[in-house]
Design a protein around this ligand. Structure first.
Ligand code: SAM
Length: 382
């Protein structure tokens, strides 16, 4: 029934023989929702957290649905969905939208790939209960190893009835009905004053580290002023980029301390970009920092930035995450002006220095503590 799922690709995300564009949780969600999808009319189905299009395109194809609204946090997932739809001739069956009222108004069926974080799940469940049709049914699937009892509890804050499906091929679906419309104002992004930073940090549910200061970020902040001094000879209107900005703490620090810099904060996550934008507004920095959603630095010209600061995603032992970090370093090497500087922080056991040397230029350790290493890499002068 879902032959289409076997044809999907992850591109532009990393592709490898052991990485797949759909999984058993996608199929189980589509099966558990079969009755609801068959009965749904145009514009009544919403998909949230689809990875590469399995849920959106699986529903469009198998149930001849149109007017599907889809929200994905990751830009690479959104691009993969668009490309998969193009190949399958299904581009006219869905639209991609941010998490919010336009996505959910009138929705009667919501398909969800459960996020890892409970705060992210809370924000999604709040949005569904707030804006979808009161009779909405949510089908939220995931691999059993990633599911926790706390996810049922989080859904139960927003829905009267939450039940788990039988497990199949190591996956399970939580089905939620009886949405309780919230009466309070939308609780996201949270705004938290951080005395150590002297900043208000804004965070949506899916943003890295929430509204807290990550310890790797804290360490790299110690080197931001030195980085700006090192590149100062490059002109007064130099551009500095916070690559993979999350809630935008590094960009805010750069803008606050160095009014002469043009600062760009960029991330592929919709939650990060919305959070960083809110952080800038909360600190009166929104006219000084441009925040954009981008995969790496794909919208930035070659040799256009004087300084890039990056706290890349890393996960111990994950080839995928190392690959993401290296892709970001490669992008930094392309976008830095001659003599420009990349300052990056990572877990000390990750041997990134030789890669930085190769992808950016001469690389020097600026700092090391028991957990993290900060390396400054200079792009060749010509
Ligand atoms: C470790 S977090 C750092 C966040 C923030 N700079 C901080 O220090 O708190 C890494 C960030 O990189 C972002 N990211 C991952 N892959 C990316 C990509 N291909 N392009 C842009 N950003 C990416 C993630 O969404 C995440 O926000």
């Amino acid at each position: 029934m879902y032959e289409l799922l076997d044809t999907l690709r992850r591109d532009p995300d990393i592709e490898a023989p052991n990485l797949f564009a759909s999984d058993t949780a996608d199929r189980l969600v589509l099966d558990e929702a079969a009755g609801a999808l068959s009965a749904a009319g145009p514009g009544e189905v919403v998909v949230i957290g689809d990875r590469y299009g399995a849920l959106t395109l699986g529903a469009a194809d198998a149930y001849a649905l149109s007017g599907i609204r889809s929200h994905q946090d990751r830009l690479v997932g959104e691009i993969a969905l668009a490309q998969n739809a193009e190949r399958a001739g299904l581009s006219d069956r869905f639209v991609s939208l941010p998490l919010g009222e336009e996505l959910l108004t009138g929705a009667r069926v919501v398909l969800l790939q459960l996020p890892r974080g409970l705060v992210e799940l809370d924000e999604i469940a709040d949005a569904i209960a707030r804006w979808a049709d009161p009779g909405v049914v949510l089908f939220a699937g995931g691999r059993i190893k990633h599911l926790t009892r706390a996810m049922n509890d989080t859904l139960a804050v927003h829905f009267d009835d939450v039940r788990a499906s039988l497990a199949r091929q190591k996956s399970r679906v939580l089905v939620a009905r009886g949405a309780r419309r919230p009466v309070d104002a939308v609780p996201y992004p949270v705004l938290v004053p951080n005395a150590e930073l002297g900043l208000v940090v804004a965070a949506h549910g899916g943003a890295f580290a929430g509204a807290t200061l990550d310890i790797g970020t804290r360490f790299v902040l110690e080197f931001v002023d030195r980085a700006v001094e090192t590149v100062q000879g490059l002109g007064p209107d130099a551009t500095a980029i916070d690559l993979g900005c999350g809630t935008g703490i590094i960009a805010a620090r750069l803008a606050e301390r160095h009014p002469g810099l043009r600062v760009l904060a960029t991330d592929q996550s919709a939650a990060a970009v919305a959070s960083a934008s809110a952080t800038m507004r909360a600190n009166g920095l929104d006219d000084r920092v441009r925040v954009v959603r981008d995969d790496g630095l794909s919208n930035q010209a070659d040799r256009s930035a004087a300084l890039i600061v990056c706290n890349p995603p890393f996960h111990v032992g994950s080839a995928v995450h190392t690959g993401v970090a290296l892709a970001l370093f490669r992008e930094a090497g392309r976008v830095l002006r001659p003599g420009g500087l990349l300052v990056t922080v990572f877990n000390s056991h990750l041997a990134h220095r030789s890669e930085l040397q190769r992808l950016v230029g001469s690389s020097e350790v600026w700092g090391q503590n028991p957990k993290f290493t900060v390396i400054a890499s200079i792009a060749p002068p010509t």
